[in-house]
Structure formats: structure tokens, C-alpha cells
Design a protein around this ligand. Sequence first.
Ligand code: MCA
Ligand code: AMP
Length: 463
Amino acid sequence: MPHPSFLRRFLAHSDHQPALFIGRWYSYGQLRELGERTAGWLREQGVVPGDRVAIQLDNGLDLVAAHLGCMALGAVRLPLNSHYQRAELAPILEDAAPKLAISRHPERFDGLPCHDHVGSGSPVADWPVPPEDITALLFTSGTTGRAKGAPQTFKMWESNLDALAERWEITPELRLYLALPMFHTHGLVLGLHGMLLAGASAVVGERFDGQLPPEDVTDVYGVPTWYRRWLPVMGSHPEAFRRLRLMVSGSDGLPAAVSDEVFALTGQRLLERYGMTETVMIASNPLKGERRAGTVGTALPGVDIRIEAGEIQVRGPSVFGGYRPRPDPGAFVEGWFRTGDAGSWDEAGYLRITGRKKDLVIVGGVNVSPAEVEELLRSVHGVAEIGCCGLSDADLNEVVAAAVVLDGSRSEEEVRRALGHRAQEALSGLKRPRHYVFVESLPRNAMGKLQRARIPLELFGRR
Ligand code: MCA
Ligand code: AMP
């Protein structure tokens, strides 16, 4: 079977070239062999091309092996946030129906065969085009509360990664510091696949630890929270950042003050870009031209952007084909994907993100659906109604806050404690409300629909 050029290009890099540092260096040849042996093991577990394989792992060799194994076999990766608890995983597993899971937490995967490590089998070196070219299914927080599956094709990724490579001048000489979790587009597609497609290399970090970036990296991809947390070490070790070729910020709005402080300390202007799981990257500031703080730059080559009634809409070869298995008829209008982000063009033709038309809270670069949090906390005894929103936060940009109406059966203190316990057991850390307020009623419109956008000012007295 012919390989799509995405796979062909990955397979063509010279065997001895360094690819990833994960405790030690792995060359491209070693990565391919790792993938082929993992594919053999997956086949022994009954996985066939087109089957979904759930991967709930932190950055590390097993995660990379699982991804490459699926590619070598033609299976579909189902990357899952490694922090997700059983209640957050259940609807995703129901929709994606994976054949098996790989996770250090088998107790989160009721009834599904779950392995806590990746195994090794006799090599399978097919690297086929997966059915419909779908190589991964990425679930993204829906505004409805239920995460939505966005199928990812090699074609989407290749066109987008080539556009980024052109805009950011990505060459095989580059070395990325890759500590973003490889279960989101940012770390998985731009980080891992962006480097492996270009024949470049990456030093994999298990997570962002606020320490200096490794000495031999040239590029860093991060979220605003990273750069904010890095400010003290930028002050004490500016040369460790000054020597970098490129520092990219994305996934969440970069406050101008952070951008300016980084610049003052290191002489580096963070390059901000904008993307979404459904579209991969949409717009970016330039590598060499003016990087305008407060904007996300201009459309990437091949991407069309329009602003309709204040909403950013996108089309082009890197935009996905629609949610699965639950299509959302409102996701596209006249062939344009509706991002739910509000935007405008500035005087230089750069895109500015001015707000969100969707009910979404972004915590440390991680999307949180307030509706999902409400759904998981509503059943706590003593709660009559609950409404969640985002409140600004000096570390994570935003955190989740909850306004609660009591039903009178328990005291405020008891309900507060019970909500804390429930959040601890049902929600991953960044989704847990950090602020609670107890109120008589929630803001609703004439139809009785909860108006989350009014909660911050009306019930917490701040944004
Ligand atoms: C940490 N926690 C999480 C996550 N990471 N919960 C859910 N999802 C996560 N990804 C938990 C911690 O375990 C902890 O829980 C609690 O949240 C907060 O602890 P904290 O110490 O502040 O967290 P941390 O471990 O330091 O991590 C914060 C972080 C990290 C450095 C901001 O989450 C991070 O690197 N985020 C980047 C996210 C990202 O890649 N976003 C891209 C998606 P406990 O209290 O139980 O210990 S958006 C995307 O892909 C689009 C396409 C785009 O434009 O890029
Ligand atoms: P996700 O669904 O996880 O792919 O997150 C996509 C969302 O992250 C977008 O719809 C935006 O709301 C937000 N986002 C990504 N990059 C930026 C950015 N540079 N500035 C502001 N918001 C961003």
C-alpha cells in the first residue's frame, strides 16, 4: 500500500540522525524499530488497522512507542489527558470505543482491556494509510459539556506542519524543548510530529518544571503560564533564554505584560500563534518580521480566515472534516469552520483575539468546559443549582469558579467540603473550581438558560 507522503517523509530520515532525547538519545532508525515492535505487540493484542487505541500516558518512551506503534500498524490513536479521572474518561471511551487502553491507571478504564506498559512483539513494518486517512481522534472540550471527537488526518497535519515550517523556518538542525503534554495538538502535532516530519530533534521533558530549558535546545513551544513561571529564572539566568532561536506561545492569550517582561529580561520577543484542535494552526506572527504583542499574526499559508459577526471562521486543507461520532451541524457555516473565538483585524492586518463566543475556560492552556464541571458536581447532596465560569488568575490566566445555590438540606460548610471531595475524585486538577460563592439564584435569561458570562461580575464582583 502506498504511504501518504507524511509517513514517507518520516520513514526517509536517515537511520542515524538523532530524533528524540528521552533519558537518552533515540535515532530515527531506533524510533522506527520501536514503533514496529510496538505494532507487533498491538497486533498480538488483537488490534487491527482502524481500531482505536487509547493512550493515557505522560510524556515518555511508552507514549512515543504507543504512537509510533499505532502508525506502523495503521491503528487510530486516541490520546487522553493523563490527568483525567474515570468520570471524565467515561463519555470519551463510550464515543471512541477503543479496542484497548494503555495507562498507568487501569482502574479508570472499566471493562476495557488496559495495559500499564507498552509491550514489544515481532516487528510489523506496514506503516499503511489508515482507513480514511484518520490517524488520531482528539477529544476536545465541547461547550455542551461532552467532549467532542475531532478526527485528525495525515493530510491535515502535513499541510499545516509544512505551513508552520515555512513560517518558522523549521529545519533538521533545530532542537525543540518538548515538555508540553503530548495528548493535545500543541505538544503532539506541533511538537512531536512537527519535529519528526522535518527531520529535526527534540528533548522530551516529562512536564514543565520551571527549570532552565536544556542547554542544547534551540526552540521552545509553551503556553503563557510557562513563560510567566519562567520569569524568575529568566532574571537570574537570562543567557539560557537569550541564546534560543525561537520561543513560541500559544493555546491561550499571552498577556502583553508577560511578553514585555520576557523581552526586557532576555531580549527575546515571544512569538504568539493561534490554533485549535479542529483546525491545527490558524495564524501566527512572523519569525523575522514584526511580532505584534496582543495579536496572533496573520493567516498561515493555505489557511483562509474570515470574521463574520465578530466570530473568527476558518477553512482550508488543515481544517478537520467534522466531529465523530456525534456530528455537530452548527460547526460549519457555508463551508467555514466556526471557531467560537471573537476577533478583529488590527491596522497592520494582524489578527487580534478579542474574546470567546463559547462557554469555555482556559486554565494553564487546557480547555475546560464549565458545563462538564457543573454536570459532575451537580449531584452533590445539598446543591440545588450550580453555575461555573472562569475567573482571571495570576498564574494560570484563568481558573474555574463555581456559584452554588443550596437546597437547604445541608450547611454551606458541609456542601463546600462535599464539593471539594467530589471535585477531587471526579475531575483532573485544572478543572477543579478554585473559588466558590453561595448565592440565592443564578443569572438566567427569560428562557431560563444559565448565563455564565454574567457570573464573574455579578456574583464574584470581579472578572
Ligand atoms: C496538570 N494538571 C492537569 C493538567 N496538568 N489537569 C488537567 N489537565 C492537564 N493538562 C493538574 C495537576 O496534576 C494538579 O492536580 C493541578 O492540575 C494543578 O497543578 P499545577 O501544579 O499548577 O500543574 P502543573 O503540573 O504545574 O501543570 C500546569 C501547566 C501544564 C504547566 C500549565 O498543565 C501545562 O504544561 N499545560 C499546557 C497545556 C497544553 O499543552 N495545552 C495545549 C492545548 P493535583 O492538584 O491533583 O496534583 S490547546 C491546543 O493544543 C491548541 C490546538 C493550541 O492552540 O495549542
Ligand atoms: P483546543 O480546543 O484545546 O484546541 O483550544 C483551542 C482554543 O484555544 C481556541 O479556540 C482559542 O480559544 C484558544 N487559543 C489558542 N491559541 C490562542 C491564542 N494565541 N490566544 C488566545 N486564545 C488561544
